[in-house]
Design a protein around this ligand. Sequence first.
Ligand code: SAM
Length: 150
Amino acid sequence: MYQDAVKVPIGEWAKPRFKSMTEKDFIRSVSGTNSKFGRNVSNWLNRKKVYPHNVLDFEKEHYIEPPTLIHFATECSNRNHSAVSPIELHSWFIKLFTQKGDIVLDPFIGIGTTALGAMLANRMYIGIELLPVHIKEAEKNIKELEKVIS
Ligand SMILES: C[S@@+](CC[C@H](N)C(=O)[O-])C[C@H]1O[C@@H](n2cnc3c(N)ncnc32)[C@H](O)[C@@H]1O
């Protein structure tokens, strides 16, 4: 895995938070919701970069550049496929697991979202899709993105 490729700056909140540490911050405290999730706040001390708290939040990464931080829904409408996922989510995992120039294989590529994510992350791609209608849409999407990034 290439964690550094997907980590983000820890953020301004860290400075005041780490200024006043208590004893509790140095032991693992378990969530009061019985979820069994726990955390040791001191693990974040001196960290400059961390995983994003939500991989559907992106800053200036979308190829139609947003002005500032944006949040993507987990489902997309108007993209001519009932189970399509956000391009940035694909890019995020592609960056985490591959390096520039690698080939990404998606055996169920639908309308080509993985190919688009691979293109944005400078990877090559191979996509397999059963339905001609989705293949057509994937080819259209790939051509459109090629125009935008070339
Ligand atoms: C969940 S969708 C993937 C959607 C894709 N992530 C996207 O964003 O467009 C799964 C896709 O796999 C395709 N599929 C199902 N069985 C398949 C098979 N045996 N070979 C290739 N594609 C298949 C379906 O037609 C569908 O488009």
